[in-house]
Structure formats: structure tokens, C-alpha cells
Design a protein around this ligand. Structure first.
Ligand SMILES: [Cu+2]
Length: 347
């Protein structure tokens, strides 16, 4: 049944845990509206034949529907629309709430390519490798204009905006290659802004990762013409260098002491009180905003002195900073002060 409708509607394969649910709602809406439209059309034709005007003097009888019929005309469509809304809203919430155990990948879009950064090492261009059966969370930002990350087979689509992070997630069910498209018109090269998600069986993925860590050169057979994999030190390590180079440590500590700015130790997930009295929980989006637009939200007890780093930092550098700040937890904290500016370009 599912396969029949999928082919009838020319939908791509279903390769993520979302796909079937999204499609079922789609079939339900398409089928109901199709039946309704057909009924209206057929009745119109039948009535034309049945109630054809038979003489010049014939008048149309005055017809008044009963209360019951009126009520049915209002309530049946209303119930259907509300049902679709309820099902769709549940799916929307699910797609917008990555599970806590998801594997993170940072995505940076720019005219006209996709860059992927894995917190524990490899960077790649246009090729995203993920293990099957594992939730993957994408933290996405753009270096220039608005793009949109779209994988039709996963039924996943989310805008990617400059100056802030958006997130989405998926759990790929079937190993294979799937195309990544940009679905916001972003300039002349929009239609060639394509990438590829390679979903690998978990064991194969692990082997690929281990091999990369052992030798920084791309492995034979993996280096297709669009794939450039490079292994840097971990993203958090790069973030530490960026922070040192940018002078973040002039105002922030990583050992828990309060300085010109709040300490970064255990900052991720902390509840912060703002001068407006509002309370917020520190997440990736808030960290990014704090770097790009520090005056938007001022933490209580601190002066609004942090400069904006908008236009001073590239997308991957911000990803690295965020990953570094997240890594500063009491259990894993680095308490030694960072050594001078060791900055190396991230890409
Ligand atoms: Cu684009």
C-alpha cells in the first residue's frame, strides 16, 4: 500500500525514520482531498443531467438544507483539517527536537557548497558520512546568504541562515547515497549546490573513522572528485586556538572564576539570569548569538563590554568555538591556561 502510493505520487525512497510518517500524512491529505474533489465534480455532472431545464417557464425550486446537513458541511472538513494539523504538528515537534544521544555534525553552507565538521576530527566538503541507525544532529550556519539543507529521501529540510545556528536531525535507516540539495534560491550557482549523504553500516563507518584518524590522507577509493576529507585536531582543540587568537581569554576564564565576563566552565546547559530579569538556558544558538551580537542578551552582574565578532570569524571558527566552550565541563575541564596564539586556519 505504502509502496503503491509512494510510486503513484513519484515520491523518493524512504530512507529515514521520519519518511514514512511524513508520507502517510501526505497520502491521507491527498486521498481525502482527491475523493472530495471527485465527488463534487461527479455530482455536478449528474445534476446537470438530472436537473436540466425542461421548458422556458420552469423555475428552480427553493431548497433549504436541514440543520444536520449544514452542521455536517462545517464539522467534517473542520475535523479533517484539525486532524491533519495535529498529526503534522506532532511530526514537526519531533523533527525539531533532536534526541539527547544524537551525534553532532556542524554544517556550514556557502555559495555554493556544503562543509561538514565532525566534533571529533574530519572535515569534509560536500560529502557527509553518517552511520545508519544513529540519530545525527546537524548544527547549521551560513557564511553568506540564506540556504536550505534538503535531503528528499530523508524528508528533512531546514533553512541555513547567516549569523545564527539552526538545527535539524535525522536517523538514516538504509545505507546508500542520497543527494543533498539547497532549497532556497541563493544565486547563480544555486542549482549546482549539491552534496551527498553517504549512509554507511555502523561497523563500516567506524572503520572509516579509525582509518582517517590513523592516516590523515584520504583513503583509497574514498577520495571521489567531490570529496575532500581532511583531518584536523578535534574541533574543540581548534576552538581553543581560535579563542586564544581572538583574545576571548582576556575576559573569560575556563577554571570557574568570574572575570570581566562569565566563566566558560560548565557554561553549556547553565541557566543564566539576564539584566532584563529573563532566564535563559545556554545552548549553541545562544552561544553563537553571544559571539555575533553580545549586546542582545546581557548576563546579570556583567557590563555590556563584549565586542561583536560578526564578520571577524568564519562559520567553522564559530563552530569550533562553540564546540570548545561545550567541552569545558567539570569532569573533562582543561584547567591549564591556554598557550599563546596557536591559531591555524580551520579549513
Ligand atoms: Cu544555497
Amino acid at each position: 500500500m505504502n509502496e503503491f502510493f509512494r510510486k503513484l505520487l513519484f515520491l523518493p525512497e524512504q530512507a529515514s525514520t521520519f519518511a514514512a510518517g511524513v508520507d502517510h500524512l501526505h497520502y491521507f491529505v491527498a486521498l481525502t482531498t482527491f475523493i472530495m474533489a471527485l465527488a463534487v465534480g461527479v455530482l455536478a455532472v449528474v445534476f446537470i443531467a438530472l436537473y436540466k431545464r425542461k421548458s422556458e417557464t420552469q423555475t428552480t425550486p427553493h431548497v433549504e438544507p436541514t440543520m444536520m446537513i449544514e452542521a455536517a458541511f462545517v464539522s467534517v472538513p473542520l475535523v479533517l483539517f484539525l486532524l491533519w494539523f495535529a498529526v503534522g504538528f506532532r511530526q514537526f515537534v519531533e523533527q525539531d527536537t533532536p534526541p539527547a544521544d544524537a551525534m553532532d555534525v556542524y554544517v556550514m553552507a556557502k555559495k555554493w557548497m556544503w562543509k561538514f565538521n565532525y566534533p571529533d576530527g574530519p572535515n569534509s566538503v560536500n560529502v557527509l558520512r553518517v552511520p545508519a541507525g544513529r540519530p545525527v544532529r546537524l548544527l547549521m550556519t551560513s557564511q553568506d546568504v540564506i540556504h536550505s539543507f534538503f535531503v528528499p529521501e530523508f524528508r528533512v529540510k531546514k533553512d541555513v541562515n547567516p549569523g545564527r545556528y539552526t538545527q535539524t536531525w535525522f536517523n538514516a535507516t538504509t545505507p546508500g547515497k542520497y543527494e543533498i540539495l539547497c532549497s532556497q534560491y541563493c544565486g547563480a550557482g544555486h542549482s549546482i549546490m549539491r552534496g551527498e549523504v553517504i549512509v554507511m553500516p555502523p561497523a563500516e563507518y567506524q572503520t572509516w573513522l579509525d582509518n582517517l584518524k590513523r592516516s590523515p590522507l584520504p583513503q583509497d577509493g574514498l577520495n571521489t572528485d567531490i570529496e575532500k576529507v581532511s583531518v584536523n585536531s578535534s574541533l574543540a582543540e581548534q576552538g581553543r586556538r581560535v579563542a586564544a587568537e581572538q583574545g576571548c581569554f582576556k575576559c573569560h576564564t575556563i577554571d570557574g572564576t568570574k572575570f570581566t565576563g562569565p566563566t566558560w566552565l560548565n557554561m553549556f546547559g547553565r541557566t543564566e539570569k539576564l539584566i532584563t530579569g529573563e532566564k535563559i538556558v545556554v545552548d549553541e544558538a545562544y552561544m553563537t548569538e553571544s559571539i555575533m551580537d553580545p549586546l542582545a542578551k546581557i548576563v546579570e552582574g556583567y557590563a555590556p563590554v563584549m565586542p561583536s565578532f560578526q564578520n571577524k570569524l568564519a562559520g567553522p571558527e564559530i563552530a569550533a568555538l562553540v564546540e570548545y566552550m561545550k567541552s569545558l565541563r567539570t569532569d573533562t575541564a582543561r584547567t591549564t591556561p591556554p598557550e599563546g596564539p596557536l591559531y591555524a586556519p580551520v579549513h
